[in-house]
Design a protein around this ligand. Sequence first.
Ligand SMILES: [Zn+2]
Length: 73
Amino acid sequence: MKILKYFEGEIVTLKKPHACGENRWKILKKGVDVKLQCEECGKIVSLERIEFERRIRRILLDTGKWIAIVNRE
Ligand SMILES: [Zn+2]
Protein backbone atom coordinates (compact mmCIF):
# COMPACT_ATOMS: atom_id res chain seq x y z
CA MET A 1 0.00 0.00 0.00
CA LYS A 2 1.30 3.40 -0.92
CA ILE A 3 1.43 6.23 1.60
CA LEU A 4 0.80 9.59 0.06
CA LYS A 5 2.66 12.46 1.73
CA TYR A 6 1.34 15.97 1.58
CA PHE A 7 1.40 18.84 4.01
CA GLU A 8 -0.64 21.84 5.06
CA GLY A 9 0.35 24.91 3.07
CA GLU A 10 1.30 22.96 -0.05
CA ILE A 11 -0.22 23.64 -3.45
CA VAL A 12 -1.73 20.73 -5.34
CA THR A 13 -3.69 20.10 -8.49
CA LEU A 14 -6.68 17.81 -8.69
CA LYS A 15 -8.14 15.59 -11.38
CA LYS A 16 -10.62 18.32 -12.35
CA PRO A 17 -10.19 22.09 -12.10
CA HIS A 18 -12.44 24.25 -9.94
CA ALA A 19 -15.55 25.75 -11.54
CA CYS A 20 -13.68 29.07 -11.90
CA GLY A 21 -11.12 27.38 -14.18
CA GLU A 22 -8.21 27.30 -11.72
CA ASN A 23 -6.60 24.00 -10.78
CA ARG A 24 -4.22 24.99 -8.02
CA TRP A 25 -5.40 24.45 -4.47
CA LYS A 26 -3.73 25.17 -1.17
CA ILE A 27 -4.04 22.55 1.56
CA LEU A 28 -5.42 24.42 4.56
CA LYS A 29 -6.02 21.52 6.89
CA LYS A 30 -5.38 17.79 6.99
CA GLY A 31 -7.53 15.33 8.85
CA VAL A 32 -10.39 12.97 8.22
CA ASP A 33 -11.42 15.73 5.84
CA VAL A 34 -8.96 17.80 3.85
CA LYS A 35 -9.71 21.49 3.49
CA LEU A 36 -8.57 23.11 0.26
CA GLN A 37 -8.63 26.69 -0.91
CA CYS A 38 -8.81 27.59 -4.59
CA GLU A 39 -5.79 29.76 -5.47
CA GLU A 40 -7.79 31.84 -7.94
CA CYS A 41 -11.15 32.62 -6.33
CA GLY A 42 -10.39 31.75 -2.71
CA LYS A 43 -13.27 29.34 -2.30
CA ILE A 44 -12.73 26.75 0.42
CA VAL A 45 -13.89 23.18 -0.06
CA SER A 46 -13.70 20.16 2.17
CA LEU A 47 -13.11 16.67 0.81
CA GLU A 48 -12.99 13.36 2.63
CA ARG A 49 -9.33 12.34 2.86
CA ILE A 50 -9.90 9.22 0.78
CA GLU A 51 -11.66 11.27 -1.90
CA PHE A 52 -8.88 13.89 -1.87
CA GLU A 53 -6.22 11.19 -2.30
CA ARG A 54 -8.17 9.80 -5.22
CA ARG A 55 -8.38 13.21 -6.90
CA ILE A 56 -4.91 14.64 -6.25
CA ARG A 57 -2.68 14.72 -9.32
CA ARG A 58 0.33 16.91 -8.59
CA ILE A 59 2.07 18.56 -5.65
CA LEU A 60 4.14 21.74 -5.97
CA LEU A 61 7.44 21.45 -4.08
CA ASP A 62 9.38 24.28 -2.41
CA THR A 63 11.84 24.08 -5.28
CA GLY A 64 9.11 25.11 -7.74
CA LYS A 65 8.95 21.64 -9.24
CA TRP A 66 5.73 19.71 -9.57
CA ILE A 67 5.66 16.06 -8.67
CA ALA A 68 3.06 13.90 -10.32
CA ILE A 69 0.89 11.54 -8.33
CA VAL A 70 -0.08 8.56 -10.42
CA ASN A 71 -3.44 7.24 -9.38
CA ARG A 72 -4.92 4.09 -10.71
CA GLU A 73 -8.63 4.33 -11.29
ZN1 LIG B 1 -11.87 28.81 -7.92
